[in-house]
Design a protein around this ligand. Structure first.
Ligand code: ZN
Length: 655
């Protein structure tokens, strides 16, 4: 690992110690091999004057809910150092009391709760204290004879602390171990199975000591050999099976989850290890990962149902054995191994899934490396249970807030690059679903780039295109719950007598046949979906056709009939199919001001009058249609199938 210290950047902090603390915290936070997703913490001690003019030593320590990579000055909580010293001297202190008394010592009521390691930071007599969960160091400690190896690597310049629970007990243990030591004789501390502390009065030295410690561990691991990733080609997954797994894991979780397949070379190489089942079943890198990943992943065989049952009963036994009346968490795995194929990460949102995927990636690497050091040996189950059910750890997860209506749901929308389709994407994302946005237009890929939207170029009239897209969707999310089939064209107006055969055929191909095909391809996945539903975008032309639009109206009428038959056929499988008939939605690309004006002139109306030419005298927008479509997918329409709803501001011919 290389130091990222930049003199120019550091100079910008001037003599401001807190600014400097922010700067070096970012340096640590950007290294995934040091800390991930809220792990690790840092602090700085600053002498300040309070409003009474008295001099006071204040510990600015990372507040809970902040991440080292992105922390800013308000993320550091100011705590009176004297109070932390007093707390360290207590014989006993419960977690709840520790939180309470730390809070009482905070000098700014608007600051977040200080880190659970605040007391420990307080007793280390240096201005800057850096703490990480460095993979390389923890990996070495998670092996047989780990402590001895650490002694070999670092000599007596590092204090070695046996594993104890983070929080007061850890602070107390270190307080007692260090009462009579000369702090200048050590560069830092290695906490077995947990992480590293370095410290110094100089911020650069403290940071670079961390880099130095980690580099030594990395070199040691490299000498011992690393996981070969060459030739790690994945086998093709069975997509239905992936959807079945996601369905079953959702049931175990008690709510729909996403399942993302990782087929990176490292992931595939790991999944191909002969002893993958045994080595992946021993525990996480560092205990605070357990709240995200659970203790172990599930390793799949051919019989995934039995694998998940076994996982569940093993979790039950683990809970029974160690619980002291805690409320049991859900029994579902957070990640899984598909031997020869890759790994799967499960979570209710794409953010959760990515966090788990990141941690799993580091875990796989650490386990593989430890195999060269005599085997992966994580912390014992009892210690891990304490961490998993520690209220202060669980509090981290509760910060997420209430979940959205369609959280964990997977939707497919066709014709997504403009108009109603594009508005459906916005509405689905707003309700918490992840989406696959399909469109023939290549610009679809640049249109949606945020996580949780899989943009795919797709000609829905080509079966090959559709099949490929469905595979990509199942790899990215694990299945399909919803389909909004919207792709369509409005062919040039022509009377039947003058109809061009190609125009007719094209309208049929896009406006009706392509919908049948994508629906057919999605059905096996919808059957495995969570409260699955389909919405078909029809047209006002179905109940109220007009002359000159036969190619469009006939196709849309056929599409409507397809929806009605689908409602009959799929109802017994729990799949709802409903139809929307929009009319006069003018906020789409086709309706430029010029076109609108020409149309309005034709009827002797102003543009405004033309747009609101309906019973309610209101303008119908793409967003109105999209919101209705998404509502029809959701719980409000859970008892409705085969329905047709107009969204047209009221049309006298339809009414
Ligand atoms: Zn820690």
């Amino acid at each position: 690992m290389k130091s990222s210290w930049d003199n120019k950047e550091a100079k910008k902090c001037g003599n401001n110690l807190l600014k400097m603390r922010v700067y070096t915290s970012h340096l640590l936070g950007k290294e995934e091999d040091l800390v991930m997703h809220g792990g690790g913490n840092t602090s700085v001690k600053i002498r300040e004057q309070n409003i009474f003019g008295e001099s006071e030593d204040i510990l600015y320590v990372k507040g809970s809910g902040w991440d080292l990579a992105t922390i800013e000055a308000p993320g550091f909580t100011p705590v009176k150092l004297s109070a932390l010293h007093q707390l360290a001297q207590l014989a006993l202190l419960s977690d709840m009391d520790m939180v309470k008394y730390q809070r009482m010592a905070v000098t700014d009521p608007s600051a977040p709760n200080p880190s659970v390691e605040a007391i420990l930071h307080g007793i280390i007599p240096f201005t800057f204290v850096d703490h990480t969960h460095a993979d390389a160091v923890v990996t070495i400690t998670n092996t047989p004879g780990g402590r001895k190896r650490i002694e070999e690597i670092y000599g007596d310049r590092m204090l070695i602390i046996p594993y104890v629970m983070p929080g007061f007990i850890l602070a107390k243990t270190i307080y007692q171990m260090t009462r009579n030591i000369d702090w200048t004789s050590v560069d830092g501390m290695i906490l077995l199975n947990h992480g590293v502390f370095t410290f110094d009065d100089d911020p650069k030295k403290s940071y670079e000591k961390m880099i130095g410690v980690v580099t030594k561990a990395e070199r040691y691991l490299k000498r011992k050999g690393a996981l070969p990733v060459k030739g790690a080609k994945p086998s093709k997954p069975n997509y239905i099976r992936l959807a079945e797994i996601r369905n079953r894991v959702s049931e175990m979780t008690g709510k729909p989850v996403l399942a993302k397949l990782d087929q990176s070379r490292a992931s595939v190489a790991f999944s191909k290890l002969k002893n993958v089942k045994s080595i992946s079943n021993r525990g996480p890198i560092t205990p605070d990962h357990i709240i995200r990943t659970k203790r172990v992943p599930v390793c799949f065989t051919k019989n995934y149902t039995r694998d998940l049952e076994k996982f569940e009963s093993a979790y039950d036994q683990y809970f029974e054995k160690y619980s002291r009346g805690e409320q049991k968490l859900d029994v579902a795995p957070r990640w899984g191994i598909l031997p020869g194929i890759g790994t799967l990460s499960f979570g209710p949102t794409i953010k959760h899934v990515r966090i788990i995927e990141d941690i799993a990636r580091h875990t796989k690497k650490a386990i593989s490396q430890a195999e060269h050091l005599g085997g992966w040996r994580a912390l014992g189950q009892k210690e891990l249970f304490e961490m998993e059910y520690w209220s202060l750890e669980q509090a981290k997860l509760k910060k997420a807030g209430p979940s959205k209506t369609l959280q964990g749901k997977i939707a497919v929308v066709t014709g997504a690059a403009s108009g109603i389709g594009k508005a459906c994407i916005a509405s689905l994302v707003n309700e918490g679903a992840v989406v696959a946005a399909l469109d023939i237009d290549r610009k679809i890929k640049s249109l949606f780039t945020q996580p949780g939207i899989l943009a795919l170029q797709c000609d829905v009239t080509k079966q090959k295109d559709v099949d490929k897209c469905i595979e990509r969707i199942v790899e990215a999310y694990g299945g399909i719950d919803y389909l909004i089939t919207n792709a369509g064209i409005f062919p040039k107006s022509a009377r039947i007598a003058d109809m061009d055969h190609d125009v007719w055929e094209k309208s049929m191909a896009i406006n009706v046949t392509s919908h049948q095909r994508i629906l057919q391809s999605c059905v096996p996945f919808l059957e495995l979906g969570f409260d699955p539903a389909v919405v078909i975008i029809g047209s006002k032309n179905v109940p109220a056709p007009g002359p000159g639009a036969s190619a469009y109206s006939v196709a849309k009428a056929g599409l409507t009939q397809l929806g009605r038959v689908a409602a009959l056929e799929l109802g017994s499988k729990g799949i709802r199919v409903n139809i929307i008939h929009p009319n006069a939605v003018y906020d789409t690309g086709i309706w430029t001001d010029e076109v609108l004006k020409a149309r309005a002139d034709q009827y002797g109306l102003s543009i405004e009058e033309y747009k609101t030419n309906n019973v309610l005298k209101t303008e119908v927008k793409s967003r109105d249609v999209a919101d209705l479509a998404v509502a029809m997918l959701g719980p409000l329409f859970s008892k409705i199938t085969g329905a047709q709803l107009p969204v047209d501001g009221g049309n006298d011919r339809v009414i």
